[in-house]
Structure formats: C-alpha cells, structure tokens
Design a protein. Structure first.
Lengths: 527, 94
C-alpha cells in the first residue's frame, strides 16, 4: 500500500491540437506517474516519496516533486519530456497564474548538470523565493534563469564567462536579459568569496551563450565559482524565518502562503495580508465560487483552524468545530487535503481525539456548506492524500487519491467505496421551561421524508443534578411521522437532547425535518 | 397520541441548517445548531439528509503497473568552451 503522491485531471484544449483530444487523470504513485484510466505508467523512475505537484498550463501538465528535474506531458507523443522545463528550478509548489507559471520553495539541480538530480551537498535552496517563467514567445517556454559552478571572473574586468569543460549553460537560450542579477554562492574550493558574494552585479550585455558583461568590475579572479543569474524571481519575506508553504489564487492576484503569513502578488507588487496566518498544507487551499479562498492553518492550538480570505482580509471560519480541530494529530497539519462537493468544501483532517469533548473519530473530514454556513465533521473510510478536478462528459467532478493505492470519484453513490456510511445527528440540549424547571417528557414525534428505519434516542439533562451518561432508545421511524414514548423509568429532567442515526443501510434519499416533544413542567427547583 | 391538556406543552426543533456549533455554551447554542453531525448535509433547507458517498475510479494502482510504450527520454548535448572571452562552443540542448 502506498500513498497517491499527487493527482491531476487534464483536459486538453482542442483549439491547439489537431489530434484527438486528450483527457487523462494522472496519479503519481510509487515510482511513476500513472494514467489512471489506462492503468499504465510512463517509466519515470521517480526516486522520491515527496509529494508530487502538478499544474496544467500551455495545454500540458507540469510535474514537480522537489527532487527530480521537472517534466511536462507531451500530448502528441504520450510521454513525459522536458519541453518547457529545459532549465527550471525544482520546487515544492507550482501554480499557474495569468500567463506565467510560478514556483515556490525552490532549489537547483546539481549546479553544473541540469540532468542530474539534486545532490544534498551541492544544492542551493530557496525556501522563501518565488521563481517564475517568462511569457511564452516561442515554441518552448523559457524561465530566464541559468546556474552553474563553472563561473569565471577576472579581477578588474566586467566579463563573466564559463570555465572550459562540458557546458550545459546557455545564457541566450535561457533568455537571460539585460538587468538580470548575477549572484555568487560559492567558489570551487568551497570557501565563500565574500568579495563576490556580497557584491551586486547586474547584467548589462549578453555577448554570447556563454558570456555576460556586468555593471562593475569583479574584485577577484576565480575560475570555478558557483553562481546563478536571473531576473525572474522575487523574495517573499526571506529574512523572517518562515518558509513558503503553498500558492493560491484569488481574483486576479497570486496568493503566496507561508506558515505564519499570507501575501498576494499582483504581477508587480507583493503585499502582505495584515494579520492573516498562512497555511501548513498547500493541498488545503481551495476556492469557493463566490470569490473566497479557504485554507487550513495548523500551528498554535489557539489559532489552528480553517480560514477564509475574501480578497481583503482573512478570518477563521471554523470556530464552531474548534473542539474537533483541537483533537487533530499535529503531524497531520501539513497533510490536510481539500476538495469540493457541490456547495460543500471538504477538508480531510485525519484522526481526532479530544477526550474532554468526548470526540474520537477516524479519518475525519470537516465540511463547510458555503451556502448555509453549516459545518459537519464526518468519518470516512479512507485516508485522503491528494485531490483534483477532472471533466468527463462536460461534468467536472472531484477525484481524490488515498493512502492505499486508490483513486476515488467523490460525491458518488451510497457508500464509501463499499463501506456503509453511518449518519448521526445529536441535537443541542433543549430546556423547554428553563434549566431550573423539571419537566416530565411524555411523547416525541420524529418527522421526515423516506425516514423509515432512522433510529431516535434521547438523553435527559439536569435531573436535577445529574444527567444521562448514555442514550436511551426511543425506537425506529416507521412512517414519515412516528410517535415515540420515553420510558417511564427515565422521563424527568430539565433538558432533553436527541440523537438521530442510521447505520448506513438506508438509501441516501431521506430527509429528517422536525422533532416535536411533549412535556409537562412539574416543579420548580432552586439548586 | 395523547391529548394535550392544559398542563402539557409542545416544543419543536424545525431547523438544523447550521449543523455543528460546539464553541457555544449549551445555553447560547442557536436553535438551528447541533452538537454532532456526521455524514449529513444541510442541503435540504431546514432539515438534513445523508451525504453522498464515493466510489473507486478504476482498479487499485499497483506497483506492477505496466509501463506504456512511451518512456521519458532526456537528451543533453554538451560542448566545450574556451576560457577566453570569446566562446567557441556550439549550442547546448537541455
């Protein structure tokens, strides 16, 4: 059993292709990407168990797993190639926005050879930088970035070129531009040439594919400097000790999440949303159809929860289910996955235990109905690890990947992939005469449609000083209106609470509508 | 059904539309709020019904999934450059 590491639905845009339209659901699983419908892989030999992030852009699918050289899916060849990602940083997060594609929490592959996987010892990482592609102007997307460990400088000279040997860099092909910045990170010996590192160099000319002219002379001569050159990046609070944790999109702005902050990028300006925490899980970021972006933040217990950003400010919207959220396992904070089922946004939050609130649940999903504002927290039969949308026959459905090799079509059928779905509602405690008045509860009516088989039970509260520690059964609904009679042994109390449940054997066409209860206030008592 | 005499009263719960509210005290909880809601939806206005489930798409993915005839190939040509200011290298394809 393995996690589905990533999932993406791809519906090709026919306008750009004369071949039969390609509609595929791709899952990253084990060491490969798999065409879910065909059940075949592509022989990619993924070497990491990192989460795999996909993004659909330019009529193809981009792949990143923060380990291997990124790839894209070629619809004509039905294979994954390096088209559009010839020289592209690796990244944990990837997001299309307007006419560019953005990368967050980035690193370079081996400084010299772009075909190599990253080497832990040699890699250069950018936890708080965003890199982005150029606007597409040719058949191949460029990223305006180049890097290597073969840089040469000469003291007193503004020329930067490359040491002899195998060269994989090409400043022209990568679309390095006048005004781009040249950075040095190391020299060949491993020491840090502070004179170079601390300098700020701007490219003023690109004479050839292997040579740059910068704006001021270099102070020292080096022959194997590690460097990178680009103008397609911006730091995101690089000095605040907080790292990028994901992307989102709200209206026409790119949202950049860190764990403790949320920023938006307009294409020219980067601004922070005041007071807004970020997310701990990229896969929890989801939009409704009203212009809002929702996301899960998990850190300090007091602020952990689900937030809604409306384009101006971000507020916690999950206070109603705080006792459930507080029962989460903290190691699941970065594994929360969201998807959409009709008007509901659903967040997989894992196992819950909160003894003080009598909460214990396996594979919990917190759901918000964006129309009614209603929350429910429900157990399901699987661990959800990834989600996507995919259009089939003009219907856009949500699909989820699980921890046990499965791809699920959501909002479908009357079971959790064969496992019965028990449904439960427990009302609040009703004090019909106030908490100080004892009542005799005589009869209860349950009313609904197609409710035959639903079971009702009750608890009494403040009777007068204790309360029921178990549910007392009333019986099963027999008709759309069924009358129940509480047992004569237990019908006196100030308050009453009801439980309506079914074990999953009923079709999901029932609607429970109303409870009536008949009571007789029998005495007043001051405690 | 029993007759309702002048001492017997009726109360009703007719709205479940907000479902869970566990942050409020029991006395501040709204009339349309509940303590527990599992696998139910507030989509029917006022009442609640059962959520839809989910179904597996195709069969389990397995580690022995066959590889399609297409495989990813990456070609990289390399060239050399002199150390002089004028490079004589040919172009590189990554």
């Amino acid at each position: 059993m393995s996690n589905i590491l990533g999932l993406v639905g791809f519906n090709e845009n026919l306008d750009q292709d004369v071949n039969p339209i390609v509609n595929k659901l791709f899952a990253a699983y084990g060491n490969d990407i798999v065409d879910v419908t065909a059940g075949t892989g592509y022989g990619l030999n993924l070497n990491s168990s990192n989460k795999v992030e996909f993004e659909v852009f330019l009529n193809t699918v981009f792949f990143q797993n923060f380990s291997q050289r990124p790839k894209t899916y070629d619809t004509n060849l039905n294979k994954w190639t390096t088209k559009h990602v010839g020289r592209t940083p690796i990244a944990k997060y990837i997001k299309k926005h307007k006419s560019r594609i953005y990368l967050g929490w980035c690193g370079f592959t081996g400084p010299q050879a772009p075909t190599n996987d990253i080497s832990t010892a040699a890699r250069t990482l950018f936890p708080s930088y965003v890199f982005y592609s150029d606007l597409r102007t040719s058949n191949e997307l460029t990223w305006g970035i180049e890097w290597g460990n073969n840089g040469k400088t000469e003291a007193g000279n503004t020329r930067f070129n490359l040491a002899a040997g195998a060269i994989t860099q090409d400043f022209v092909a990568r679309n390095i531009k006048v005004g781009d910045r040249l950075f040095f990170t190391d020299i060949g010996s491993g020491a840090t040439p502070s004179a170079l590192v601390d300098g700020r160099y701007f490219v003023t000319k690109i004479p050839s594919s292997y040579e740059l002219i910068v704006d001021k002379p270099f102070p020292v001569t080096v022959s194997n400097a590690s460097y990178w050159v680009s103008g397609n990046f911006f730091p995101v609070g690089a000095d605040d000790g907080d790292f990028i944790t994901g992307f989102g999109e709200n209206s026409d702005t790119l949202l950049i999440f860190k764990l403790f902050s949320l920023l938006f990028y307009t294409g020219s300006q980067l601004k922070q949303v005041k007071g807004a925490p970020g997310t701990s899980s990229q896969r929890s970021v989801i939009n409704d159809r009203k212009g809002n972006t929702y996301y899960f933040h998990g850190s300090d217990l007091g602020i952990t929860g689900i937030y809604r950003y409306n384009g101006v400010s971000s507020v916690k919207v999950s206070r109603a289910i705080d006792p459930f959220i507080q029962g989460m396992v903290t190691s699941n904070y970065d594994d929360v996955v969201a998807w959409e089922d009709g008007d509901e946004l659903r967040f997989f939050i894992g196992d819950l235990t909160n003894n003080n609130e009598d909460i214990s649940m396996t594979n919990a999903v917190a759901s918000l109905n964006t129309t009614t504002g209603a929350w429910d927290v429900s157990p399901i039969a699987d661990v959800i690890t990834a989600s996507t949308k995919w259009v089939v026959s003009n219907v856009k459905n949500s699909y989820c990947g699980t921890s046990d090799d499965e791809i699920l079509k959501m909002a479908s059928g009357n079971s959790h992939n064969g496992t019965a779905i028990p449904a439960v509602v427990e009302t609040g405690i009703k004090y019909p005469s106030g908490s100080h008045i004892q009542n005799e509860f005589l009869y209860v009516h349950g009313i609904g449609k197609n409710c035959r088989g639903l079971r009702l039970s009750y608890k009494l509260w403040n009777k007068p000083e204790d309360y029921d520690d178990r549910w007392w059964p009333l019986g099963e609904m027999r008709e759309d209106l069924t009358e129940f009679e509480p047992t004569v042994k237990n019908r006196h109390g100030a308050g009453i609470q009801f439980r309506i449940e079914e074990d999953g054997s009923l079709e999901n066409d029932w609607i429970f509508e109303k409870i009536l209860f008949f009571y007789r206030p029998d005495r007043s008592r001051l405690l | 059904m029993a007759d309702i005499d002048d001492k017997t009263k009726v109360s009703e719960i007719t709205d479940f539309s907000k479902l869970i509210q566990r942050k409020s005290s029991r006395f501040q909880q709204g009339p349309d709020e509940v303590n527990v809601a599992e696998n139910v939806s507030s989509d029917p206005i006022g009442g609640f019904g059962k959520k839809l489930g989910y179904a597996q798409q195709n069969s389990d993915l397995t580690s022995t999934t066959t590889t399609s005839t297409s495989t990813s190939t990456t070609t990289t040509s390399t060239s050399t450059s002199t150390s002089s200011s004028t490079s004589t290298s040919t172009s590189t394809t990554a």
